[in-house]
Design a protein around this ligand. Sequence first.
Ligand SMILES: Cc1cc2nc3c(=O)[nH]c(=O)nc-3n(C[C@H](O)[C@H](O)[C@H](O)COP(=O)(O)O)c2cc1C
Length: 267
Amino acid sequence: MSSAPWKPILKSLISENIKNMKTITPLLPMQLSTFDTLTCRPTNRSVIFRGFLGERKDENYKNELMEYLNSISPDANLKELNPEIETDLLVITTDIRSSKVKHLLENPGFESCWWFPVTSDQFRLSGNAYVFSSPTNSIIAHFPSDMLLSFYSSANSTSLIEHFDWEQERKKYWYGISSDLRASFLKLPSGQETNEGLVRELDPIGKNIEEKLLVNEALENFALVLMKVDYVDHLNLTPIPKRITWKFQKNDDGLNKEEWITKNFTY
Ligand SMILES: Cc1cc2nc3c(=O)[nH]c(=O)nc-3n(C[C@H](O)[C@H](O)[C@H](O)COP(=O)(O)O)c2cc1C
């Protein structure tokens, strides 16, 4: 399937804004809303976009990843990484203890909103989002693996479905996050409410037996959220406000095929 029409625009906005931001560590968090079925209210928070599933990585990084994956499960003797067929699925990482996970399990609907200050663009995306947790957690049963992969499959990517290893993806993102973020996935000892005196940094593998135990504990809480977008609204404020939307819907040729329908607005 060809790539979504809004994706190249979003990617170029991200790179242009990051390149021109004047801060030392440019951060472009997006806001993610989920629906709380208990309070019947939307809940919003900042999250970091980690890329599109299947994005191409440079060769050195791939070798590094392979080495890491083989070092955590030497029996696997992995020779190849998951196929690099870039999908339209956005990836974020999260902690299974957070409210958003509970919300998404009850109602996968989400809306996210991104403000790009350098170029004066707002990007809103909505659709359904799914949590890929540790395989030992019961919530894994809700993860619609085949649906997510088949949706993006095309004639030449059957191998994507047959050989795709989601756990390998989870470990790849675990390897890619910072050591202080990794440590935040550890449990607090019972009764303790602050993280005073706790582990501040965590190696992806664990340099000794004690640290390996901590890594296993933290990995139990570490999850990916895969965002399947079906509606996008892009507003550019300069020089004259311009708005464009894309909706993934059945076309009217009677073939029941879904495609992106674009609409332009003059406000
Ligand atoms: C700049 C920034 C980036 C953040 N990135 C993430 C993220 O990528 N994933 C995440 O789960 N929480 C992230 N957080 C924390 C969330 O905003 C939120 O506080 C936390 O996930 C708990 O939210 P919830 O219980 O409503 O799910 C970030 C916070 C800030 C301020």
